[in-house]
Design a protein around this ligand. Structure first.
Ligand SMILES: NC(=O)c1ccc[n+]([C@@H]2O[C@H](COP(=O)([O-])OP(=O)(O)OC[C@H]3O[C@@H](n4cnc5c(N)ncnc54)[C@H](O)[C@@H]3O)[C@@H](O)[C@H]2O)c1
Ligand SMILES: O=c1ccn([C@@H]2O[C@H](COP(=O)(O)OP(=O)(O)O[C@H]3O[C@H](CO)[C@@H](O)[C@H](O)[C@H]3O)[C@@H](O)[C@H]2O)c(=O)[nH]1
Length: 426
């Protein structure tokens, strides 16, 4: 249930494992789109798999919830768990899904929660199903959190580094083991509560690594050190590891920002002070503005300046702009009366911004008198631009690299003023 990023990827992964899958979503447009072999989001490789399994009949999509529930042995809940105003996770869609399942339950089923949900949700789902059942039927609710990353969702899902199964029922655990028997990976068998917390702790730890290196980057700028060298040097220690140490304008997306806040909310509800995670959150919130200050210092006055933003999505290989740091930078520069031009290979400006800001579809459409380029997303194609040609379009050849993706000395040799995050100026 739920054919968003996670639902669709999970469904196609299960097809690859040799299972028959029915996809259901409350949004009839999404069902129609998937039935017509169209994905409503951009994810490399997923469309081919969708077409393959629609043709083979391994997957079908329906608007009929009764059929979807009654014809399934195992039901995956993959609905959104957005952020409430107070930062806690909104379980409205999970409750709706559980109620629908309860309404149509006809024989024993395993209900698998794949959505990211706070500790104790499996118990709530169990109750919501129970309260909506027409007649008493046996079922088990288990937690099986998802760890895929957008942009590499398929590869992550087909080659999981671990599978976490939180279950109190041996029968349900056996069914899950059987379902995933083709996966050669580590299985973590635990309680639903532990599985739920593993998911939030994993995301919060990764977010903390990013905020840590971003804070170190601020120090690097004051002591004339390049943060990339520091990240490389510490990352070689296998206890630290080199991933998620790329300094930049902060983390965005549909997961880290909301999941960090949701864990802080769980902690608060349980009288625990997660002060380190609070810092992770506040460093991330200030990181785009920290970067804008550097830009302002160089440009002096932002007002009336022609500024090009390269990259809109919260990371490369996706069109997802949810909580993208690029949006924070665009909004702030707009407030300060800059003329903004945005480029992204796939992502589009939200409607509200597209009325005020121009989206260009090629770097060659930059205005002649561009004052500065700001890289907000590390799309690989930005590395291979003909930068000399780009420079000719610029009044001031200034590049502010919010993802530290370009080679600083090459850009300087080409005649650009180059600045990144935690970058040592020569
Ligand atoms: N996107 C990711 O990279 C990712 C990775 C791991 C975990 N997660 C978690 O997985 C969950 C889903 O994330 P997503 O990115 O796929 O969300 P999404 O917003 O892309 O999709 C959610 C889908 O659920 C549907 N839906 C809502 N209520 C429903 C109901 N009652 N029955 C059936 N469908 C319903 C919506 O119409 C939507 O299509 C969230 O809890 C998220 O935190 C996301
Ligand atoms: O060294 C790094 C790594 C990432 N980021 C940023 O962090 C954000 C999140 O990146 P990433 O984790 O790759 O993307 P997501 O698709 O949001 O995946 C995260 O969130 C998912 C949803 O819960 C989890 O399943 C994944 O395991 C977890 O990595 C992006 O804005 C990146 O630009 C950095 O700034 N520096």
């Amino acid at each position: 249930m739920g054919t968003g990023y996670v639902g669709t990827t999970t469904a196609l992964t299960l097809c690859e494992l040799g299972h028959q899958v029915i996809g259901y979503d409350v949004d009839p447009l999404k069902i129609a789109s998937l039935q017509n072999k169209n994905l409503h989001f951009y994810e490399p490789g997923l469309k081919d798999l969708l077409v393959k399994h629609l043709h083979s009949g391994n997957i079908r999509f329906t608007e009929n919830i009764k059929q979807a529930v009654q014809q399934s042995e195992i039901i995956f809940i993959c609905v959104g768990t957005p952020q409430n105003d107070d930062g806690s996770a909104n379980l409205e869609y999970v409750q709706q899904a559980a109620t629908m399942i309860g309404n149509y339950l006809n024989n024993y089923k395993v209900i698998v929660n794949k959505s990211t949900v706070p500790v104790g949700t499996a118990e709530k789902v169990t109750k919501w199903i129970h309260d909506s059942m027409v007649s008493p039927i046996q079922y088990d609710v288990i937690s099986n959190p998802e760890f895929l990353k957008e942009g590499t969702a398929l590869a992550d899902s087909l080659n999981p580094e671990r599978i976490v199964i939180g279950s109190h029922s041996e029968k349900a655990t056996d069914k899950m083991k059987n379902l995933y028997s083709k996966f050669k990976t580590t299985f973590v068998h635990t309680t639903p509560q532990t599985a739920e917390l593993i998911k939030y702790a994993a995301n919060s730890f990764l977010a903390t690594k990013i905020s840590f290196i971003n804070e170190i980057a601020r120090l690097c700028e004051n002591v004339n050190v390049d943060v990339k060298d520091v990240a490389f040097g510490i990352g070689l220690d296998s206890r630290i590891g080199s991933s998620f140490l790329q300094a930049g304008i902060g983390y965005g997306g549909s997961c880290f920002p909301k999941d960090v806040l949701a864990l802080l909310s769980t902690a608060q509800q349980n009288n625990t002070n997660l002060s380190l995670l609070e810092k992770t959150y506040s460093i991330n919130n200030t990181q785009p503005f920290y970067f804008i200050e550097k830009i302002k210092n160089k440009l002096k006055d932002i007002k009336g300046k022609n500024i090009a933003i390269l990259g809109l999505s919260f990371k490369p290989h996706t069109d997802d702009i949810r909580e993208s740091p690029a949006l924070k930078i665009i909004e702030e520069l707009y407030k300060q009366s800059a003329n903004i031009f945005v480029h992204d290979p796939v992502a589009k400006l939200p409607k509200i911004l597209s009325q005020k800001i121009t989206q260009i579809h090629s770097i060659h459409s930059l205005p002649e008198n561009t004052d500065a380029l700001i890289i907000c997303t590390d799309w690989p194609e930005y590395e291979t631009f003909d930068w000399l040609q780009v420079k000719q379009k610029m009044r001031n050849p200034y590049i502010f690299d919010g993802r530290n993706m370009l080679n600083a000395s090459n850009m300087t040799k080409l005649g650009f003023y180059y600045d990144g995050i935690g970058y040592r100026q020569f």
